[in-house]
Design a protein around this ligand. Structure first.
Ligand SMILES: NC(=O)c1ccc[n+]([C@@H]2O[C@H](COP(=O)([O-])OP(=O)(O)OC[C@H]3O[C@@H](n4cnc5c(N)ncnc54)[C@H](OP(=O)(O)O)[C@@H]3O)[C@@H](O)[C@H]2O)c1
Length: 305
């Protein structure tokens, strides 16, 4: 684990960044950047020892952020549905932040496996074709810019790594979950509300979920492999599991039945080939059943059977 470092973290009010910022603030000087649209999250982060700085990535105004931190963990993602605003905050913002923190030892840019062009049940490796994974009716209504912005942001990160000679790692996250929620928690809430869990008609809908604990554990290892030019790798759990399987498992834990409904309107499977990740930073350790059981224990301890 990182100790006695100065670490800039963006997106620290989000699902992935918050537990990371809180954990790292125990032994490091953590400077967290966000707009803090939810003020109560700022209070929680400050109570955990994070030095909170208001910053909008698109503005490029980072005067209160150190120029020479040891590390930058860039988790922020703008999803306003406006291509102009989201490209500015995500793609341009990534470049502007790297420029500001160019004396850092390493920069971690969190990307997504949503950058891959859907291809049935093919396990995606880093060189596979990219595409607009989120161009499906159920995602278009609220995250139309997502895949395109994630691809554009990766390009910004690659460009700036070369221009600034800033060692950079681009980590394409699959399905994060755990104490900070995530997609499996949304499915659990649907099951509890007797709502259907939608899966793709090209079934099963398979992913490589990754638990919060593994995300935190792998951050120092990812920073260690940052390089110029930037290195890109998948960041995913070692087990493949379908939404159908985890929904039935979660339903079993709380004594309910999962109502699975197939439709072509939702995301297709995103399975990852983790060879590069495993050779560079190792495998994840939390099994999906253990991680999801702990997630239920955290959110609904009274329902665990
Ligand atoms: N969650 C997933 O299922 C998933 C899957 C794969 C990859 N990822 C990747 O993981 C990373 C973290 O995702 P997440 O789910 O934790 O995100 P999230 O919960 O949606 O949070 C987004 C974060 O970005 C900040 N943000 C948004 N617009 C901003 C702006 N203009 N300026 C500064 N900060 C801004 C938000 O803070 P304020 O609103 O307070 O500014 C918040 O902290 C992202 O790179 C995402 O693409 C997530």
């Amino acid at each position: 684990m990182l100790k006695h470092k100065t670490i800039v973290i963006t997106g620290l009010t989000g699902q992935v960044g918050k537990p990371v910022a809180e954990a790292l603030a125990r032994d490091n000087d953590v400077i967290g950047l966000a707009r803090f649209s939810n003020p109560s999250l700022r209070e929680q982060l400050e109570a955990a020892g994070v030095n909170c700085v208001v910053a909008d990535l698109g503005s490029g105004e980072f005067s209160e952020t150190p120029r020479n931190p040891d590390y930058v963990l860039h988790f922020a993602v703008a999803k306003t549905s406006s291509f102009e605003d989201d490209l500015k905050a995500n793609a341009e913002g990534t470049g502007l932040l790297m420029d500001h923190c160019q004396s850092a030892t390493a920069f971690l840019h969190c990307s997504s496996t949503a950058v891959y062009q859907p291809n049935n049940h093919h396990p995606f490796a880093e060189e596979d074709p990219l595409g607009d994974n989120h161009r499906v009716p159920m995602m278009e209504s609220f995250m139309p810019t997502y895949s395109i912005c994630k691809i554009a942001s990766e390009s910004s990160a690659r460009l700036m790594a070369r221009l600034l000679e800033l060692p950079t790692v681009i980590a394409r996250l699959n399905v994060p979950y755990g104490h900070s929620g995530g997609w499996p928690l949304m499915h659990l809430e649907m099951i509890l509300a007797d709502q259907p869990v939608h899966v793709h008609s090209n079934s099963p809908s398979v992913y490589n979920p990754i638990h919060d604990d593994d995300i935190l554990r792998q951050i120092p290892k990812l920073l260690n492999v940052a390089s110029v030019p930037a290195i890109t790798l998948n960041w995913a759990g070692k087990e493949t599991v379908s939404i159908e399987e985890w929904s039935e498992f979660l339903a079993g834990l709380v004594g309910k039945e999962a109502k699975i409904e197939s439709t072509p309107d939702v995301l297709q499977s995103v399975i990852t080939n983790n060879s590069r990740m495993h050779s560079l930073v190792g495998e994840t350790e939390v099994s999906w059943q253990d991680g999801m059981r702990r997630m239920v224990e955290h959110y609904h301890p009274e329902l665990l059977s």
